[in-house]
Write a protein that binds this ligand. Structure first.
Ligand SMILES: Cc1cc2nc3c(=O)[nH]c(=O)nc-3n(C[C@H](O)[C@H](O)[C@H](O)COP(=O)(O)OP(=O)(O)OC[C@H]3O[C@@H](n4cnc5c(N)ncnc54)[C@H](O)[C@@H]3O)c2cc1C
Length: 481
């Protein structure tokens, strides 16, 4: 029976980084990955990394530090995360960026900068590459592949983590299922190691698990990886691991469910421009299921916008506009031009069009009188340049020229907020307060509610996944050798 030094479950952002660094420091590492490829969410992430005190910042004359980053996060999330974990992640973050820098990471020309999609940091500390998450993959993947070729990392692809093998409550091994097993012919494998690292990601792709963990929320609309199913959490919970911070859940605005009832939206193909009003002023209005407005559509604070939508029935709203607004402001969906928008309106899946507002209301299932009153009030506000109810000041055009359009948008999840509780050594904590001695967790399996809190702190998923991956890889290699 082969016993590896370190077994990493999940070859994504955190797992591949951990395995890479552990193997570079001399450990014999096994990576078990359920898909046929390595990289996980790095293939689709936007790739925004946050760090204070990087060489890149210094070369631009930007004064910053891990402490300033940490304090800025405290301001944004009001101490709602796992603050010890956040402190560790902030301390490791500039080392991660400098490491990527040394590896030849291609920064975008305007990186680092202050971004406004989430509540902005006070200092330009969001670093990103020329090609989103793929810029990160571009520098890490060849190094990882070299370690595999040299035999320092053993890679077991198409292996789904099913169970833990525990000996006196010590994490000793795992059982996996061959993902390519033919139905009813389950092929399982057992792997053993001195240390086990769970890095199998979040659960934002798992509708039933999301419903179980968030019973108060309406159904999940996800843009996460379909492989983010929370399997690592489910297995570990069976043995008494603590799942926490789910109450910190918040979601993003503008998800479009093109295939009704699929519960899926595509972040890169159909996302409405509603997440912030800084990059694009809203000419449209948003109405809920009652046909009523519920916020200043140009509210600049993304947190206020996102929470306003989260309080609407079924966490959804329609963006309402007319032909003139469409021609003036352009398509509300990032990836569609006006022509594509009109094609979708013909299909009536998530966008509808009608010659009158009453007809539009009927098509989308909103009481016609309510929608008519809302538009009447809004048009009056435009005439008077005074929006008494929501104090909107950007009132450029009435909604009056047919055809009229409605776009159904949802609060959606890219990431999951609940996760496994770990101690300061990143060991998984049990309900009885003890830890599983040789079982560790890193990455989104810890939950955004821990590393970001009850707020979207820019970069506080991806950066901790990479940073804690590097940190733990080095630490465990030192311990086993
Ligand atoms: C569209 C999008 C944009 C984002 N943009 C940003 C951003 O700009 N900044 C930011 O900070 N965060 C962002 N995030 C979040 C961030 O990218 C992720 O939280 C992070 O990459 C997760 O890393 P991870 O290693 O925990 O999980 P992953 O990278 O998802 O890796 C997990 C791996 O485990 C494998 N796995 C899962 N279950 C099993 C199992 N049972 N057995 C074996 N293997 C398994 C998966 O196949 C996968 O390869 C974004 C997320 C999305 C979806």
């Amino acid at each position: 029976m082969q016993i590896f030094d370190i077994l990493v479950v999940g070859g994504g952002t955190a797992g591949m980084t951990c395995a890479l660094v552990a193997s570079q420091n001399g450990a014999k590492v096994l990576v078990v990955e359920k898909t046929a490829q390595i990289g996980g969410t790095l293939h689709i992430t936007a790739g925004h990394l946050s760090a204070g005190g990087t060489q890149r910042q210094k070369s631009w004359g930007i004064e910053d530090s891990p402490e300033l980053h940490f304090q800025d996060i405290r301001r944004i999330n009001q101490d709602s995360g796992d603050m010890d974990l956040i402190r560790l992640a902030c301390e490791e973050a500039p080392k991660t960026i400098d490491w990527l820098d040394r590896l030849g990471f291609e920064f975008a020309d305007d990186s680092p900068k202050i971004l406004y999609g989430h509540v902005p940091y006070q200092i330009p500390r969001t670093h990103f590459g020329k090609n989103l998450g793929k810029s990160i993959l571009k520098v890490i993947l060849p190094l990882f592949e070299k370690q595999v070729a040299d035999g320092a990392i053993t890679l077991a692809l198409n292996q789904t983590f099913l169970d833990l093998i525990l000996d006196n409550n010590q994490g000793q091994g795992i059982i996996t299922k061959n993902t390519q097993s033919i139905e009813n012919q389950l092929v399982t494998n057992k792997y053993y190691a001195r240390k086990i690292v769970l890095a199998s990601g979040g659960y934002a792709g798992n509708h039933s698990f999301f419903a179980q963990k968030h019973p108060d929320l309406s159904r999940l609309i996800t843009t996460a990886s379909p492989h983010s199913l929370g399997e690592g959490i489910q297995v570990t919970e069976k043995y008494g691991a603590i799942f926490h911070k789910a109450e910190n859940h918040i979601s993003t605005m503008g998800g479009i469910e093109l295939n009704p009832q699929s519960g899926v939206s595509d972040f890169w193909a159909n996302w409405a421009k509603m997440s912030n009003s800084v990059d694009r002023k809203a000419y449209e209005i948003y109405v809920n299921e009652e046909g009523k407005r519920f916020l200043d559509e140009n509210e600049a604070n993304p947190d206020i916008r996102e929470r306003a939508l989260a309080h609407q029935p079924n966490r959804r709203c329609w963006v309402i506009l007319d032909e003139e607004i469409l021609q003036t402001a352009g398509s509300i969906v990032y990836q569609w031009n006006i022509e594509q928008f009109k094609t979708e309106a013909q299909k009536g899946r998530a966008v509808w069009q009608a010659e009158s507002l009453a007809e539009l209301a009927t098509k989308i299932g909103v009481l016609p009188n309510n929608l008519l009153t809302t538009i009447e009030n809004y048009n009056q506000a435009v005439d008077n340049q005074l929006d008494i109810e929501f104090k909107r000041v950007f009132l450029p055009a009435k909604i009056q020229k047919p055809p009229f359009y409605a776009v159904l948008t949802y609060a959606f999840s890219l990431i999951s907020f609940g996760g496994l509780k770990v101690n300061s050594e990143l060991k998984v904590v049990r309900q009885n307060g003890q830890t599983f001695e040789n079982l560790y967790a890193i990455g989104e399996i810890l939950g955004a509610g821990a590393t970001s809190g009850n707020a979207f702190c820019g970069g506080m998923l991806l950066t901790p996944a990479l940073s804690l991956g590097r940190y733990l890889g080095k630490k465990l290699a030192d311990e086993v050798l």
